[in-house]
Design a protein around this ligand. Sequence first.
Ligand SMILES: [Zn+2]
Length: 498
Amino acid sequence: MAYTILRGGRVLDIARGTADPADILIEGDTIREVGAPGCAAPAGAAEIAAARRLIHPGLVNAHTHSHGNLAKGMGDCWTLELLLTAAPWLGGNRGLDDLRLSAQIGAIEMMLKGCTACYDLFFEWPVPTREGLAAVASAYAELGMRAVIAPMVADRSFYEAIPGLAEALPPALQERVAGLRLAPGATTLAAIRGAFDAWSADRDLVRRAVAPTIPHHCSDEFILGCAALARDFGIGLHSHVAESKVQAVASLKVYGKTQTAHLDALGVLGPHFTVAHGVWLDEEDMARLGDHGASVAHNPGSNMRLGSGLADTRAMLDRRVNLGIGTDGASCADNQNMYEAMRLGSFVSKVQGPEWRRWLSTREAALAATEGSARALGLGGKIGRIAPGWKADLVLLDLDHPNWLPLNDPVNQLVHCEDGTAVDSVMIGGRMVVANRRPVGVDLARLSERAAAARERLAAANADSRRLYRALEPVVGSYCPGLARQPYHVHRFGARAE
Ligand SMILES: [Zn+2]
């Protein structure tokens, strides 16, 4: 096994808040030793000079959507429900090359911005296929990025899932959205099982999971089918839960209880379960998640951009929920910058009230974006920390960059000052994937040409879906906020909020 040693850097220990000078010895893809500067290395070990570099564990994006990367910047004032209405326009007519290209663009952006692993809830219409999964998996594997890829699936369309919405549409539009019906649940589950059975990607680097998209967009039978898949393959389950107030209100109408209470009653919660967003979780929901050892992927950028609200991460931590941080997809967040997500995670907590002792600290935000997210990915204890036995997923920041002049406090500055511009190089599993601020082995000019060609083709192919969106926007954009005006109480920082 090949050895590498990083010499002369300062190694960040987030929990301790220190960045002491140390050398890091790596064997293959794993950290073997974090030793005193100048410590011995096996003969022939490759040496990487890391003077004036702060080395931090790679950031882990707990929630994104690779198909969103070709749709970045396509919308502005959209609620979650308008985004879902726009989905056929934003993501329609994607071929295998588009799935792959979209994942490549996102992976490159994430790596350039210090992120070394992600939980990718990708979408393939009309059902996930072996080829689609392979296209996305190969994008990550070839770039050397760690990923958990979860086909995002449902058996009810958005219009079937929101009570009263279909009926609120004029007849002509009712007919149009009927064409957006999803495949029967059994068909989708069989397709995933077939694709997972045929899985051929590097299983250490790229792993599988299942994402029933939003609980009430799925029949109970379908959710249980997803849970059975997760059990059979020993993989994670990930769902958008309590993201918007519309969802929270709709859940009461559909289930007579919260989404989380319903998932708990179905028996599908557990340490393998990740709730995305959780803005509208109540205290009992959080206790349920905490008691089951489940995770929340906190996406503060998306929650603000879509007007979903501000999640109460302190209340989650109080109830032992594992907290991870994500960017969400590029069609709603829009960049894939985990430094920004961490910073917003800190700020969103601080903006909620003057009870400063309950604010999320930079230490907590940084731990969430590393070890917390890692646990959500099912990689707890393997990635997210620089210590012997952990994977060599490392980011080298340039300490001569203005973000770090001067170096006062490494964790405060990582979360509140760094924005990705000081990233010099990135290593994943002992392999350099970003060097001298450039992605290794990537032809960016060619990527740019492919993106432009895909954009042109997809804009033409989805013109009709865009027109459909324009027709639906006034109806969905009035009906859903109307639903959200109904009272729904949660407690924030000990005070009642609506
Ligand atoms: Zn999402």
